[in-house]
Design a protein around this ligand. Structure first.
Ligand SMILES: [Zn+2]
Length: 429
């Protein structure tokens, strides 16, 4: 007797028509033709069942603040940072919590149950950290929320940057962030990477740094991050977010840098929606894309995940808590269109960020926590093509969101009366 049985599921690894049995919040069996009774049966009808999505790079303190106190006119990263600076003194804990909880509702409906959010520590009031720590507790039953202490205005560039970051860690923020390319000089950026890795080593924490979110081909903070990771014995515990400079770097230099990243076991998190929107802004034509070298990093064996970064905030007016939308953009920006490529990019919003975030019990194997999504698409490549409806979202085996399948009723002579975009248009092979 199981609590829940998900029947006739296609899995991201290509297995088709399998059943997933759930007991006591965890997956008990994954095999075809399970005949045991279950309290609840969900018929996946030959559609894709994925582990819940992970967003390893987000800013939950800024989300849904679009239009406060005004819109970003130029659309640039720097106007976004300036605009956020205007909003920051006006932020209240109550409003931050309310927006974050609303965002989490949307995330659940999209099957996004694991989120790593940066928390701006630039305002020494730390109302952002207070609010998101409260949110982390309040959503614990349905979303795993990790928090990164992020000195948005610079660790050294602001007088309280260093002290406020440490206070946020004392309050319970669990990951050390940074922004070396925004410090005043290359040297202060280098020194910030060293200081922040030292803090992480001393406190036994992970590092996730905005590192070289810039078109500057000569920015060298990724190299510094690899060196300090090895120096402090943090291999496998350090993430470089964005890494945009690598898009513009000289190829010879990149051929040196990628092996250094492999050696330091750096996790890479490009953010395709935001990189394509914010980078290359000083170019005429041709315009650079600004996303780091995803296929080359993957080919070298680096753990590459994709982040959403923003949803309706000073930097990005769009976003929908949809990690498949993020993968869909990556297909285009990285020109990764083959079946194998799309499978890798699907892993970059599921398995890979779970590794970068150190999530235990993640996946669809027996023993894993039963956090999963039934999608209105037959397989991974169709899911990326369609950005399909999330029919069921399960957390610990309990259905926490359901959305009816989208079908269109047609009134056409000699044509079908209805179509299902998730099943009726599959490729021949
Ligand atoms: Zn970010």
């Amino acid at each position: 007797m199981f609590d829940t049985l998900v029947r006739n599921a296609n899995l991201p690894d290509g297995r088709q028509g399998v059943d997933i049995a759930i007991r006591a919040g965890h997956i008990a069996a994954v095999e075809p033709g399970i005949t045991a009774e279950a309290g609840q049966v969900i018929d996946a009808t030959g559609r894709l069942v994925s582990p819940a999505f992970c967003d390893p790079h987000f800013h939950m303190d800024a989300t849904l603040s679009l239009g406060l106190p005004r819109m970003n006119v130029s659309g640039t990263l720097l106007e976004g940072i300036a605009l956020w600076g205007e909003l920051r003194p006006l932020l209240t804990r109550e409003a931050l919590v309310e927006r974050a909880l609303r965002y989490c509702d949307l995330a659940v409906s999209q099957g996004l149950l694991h989120i790593r959010s940066h928390v701006d520590t630039s305002d020494p009031r730390l109302v952002t950290a207070e609010a998101l720590l409260e949110v982390r507790d309040r959503v614990r039953d349905y979303i795993d929320l990790q928090l990164v202490a992020f000195p948005q205005d610079g660790y050294y560039r602001t007088p309280d940057g260093a002290a406020a970051l440490e206070r946020a860690l004392d309050m319970g923020v669990e990951i050390v962030g940074g922004i070396p390319h925004f410090e005043r000089t290359m040297e202060e950026g280098r020194a910030s990477v060293e200081a922040l890795c030292r803090i992480a080593a001393d406190r036994g924490l992970r590092v996730d740094m905005h590192c070289d979110e810039t078109d500057d081909p000569l920015s060298r903070h990724v190299e510094t991050l690899t060196a300090q990771t090895i120096r402090f014995g943090l291999e496998g515990r350090v993430t470089g977010s964005h890494l945009s400079s690598m898009h513009s770097m000289d190829n010879y230099y990149v051929s040196k840098l990628i092996p250094l990243m492999v050696e330091a076991q750096i996790h890479a998190i490009p953010n395709p929606l935001i990189n394509i929107m914010l980078q290359g802004r000083h170019d005429t034509y041709p315009k650079r894309r600004g996303m780091t070298r995803v296929p080359e990093l993957m080919a070298a064996g680096i753990n590459v995940s994709l982040g959403q970064d923003c949803c309706m905030d000073p930097w990005y007016s769009m976003g929908a808590a949809d990690m498949i939308e993020v993968a869909h953009m990556a297909v285009h920006v990285a020109q990764m269109g083959s079946v194998a490529d799309k499978t890798r990019l699907f892993e970059a919003v599921t398995l890979n960020p779970a590794r970068a975030m150190g999530l235990a019990d993640y996946g669809l194997a027996p023993g894993c926590r039963a956090d999963m999504v039934v999608l209105q698409a037959a397989d991974v490549t169709e899911a990326i093509r369609l950005k399909p409806t999330r029919l069921f979202v399960l957390r610990g085996g309990r259905v926490i969101s359901r959305t009816p399948a989208v079908t269109a009723a047609l009134s056409l002579k000699d044509r079908p009366t209805s179509i299902d975009p998730g099943l009726d248009f599959r490729p021949a092979c």
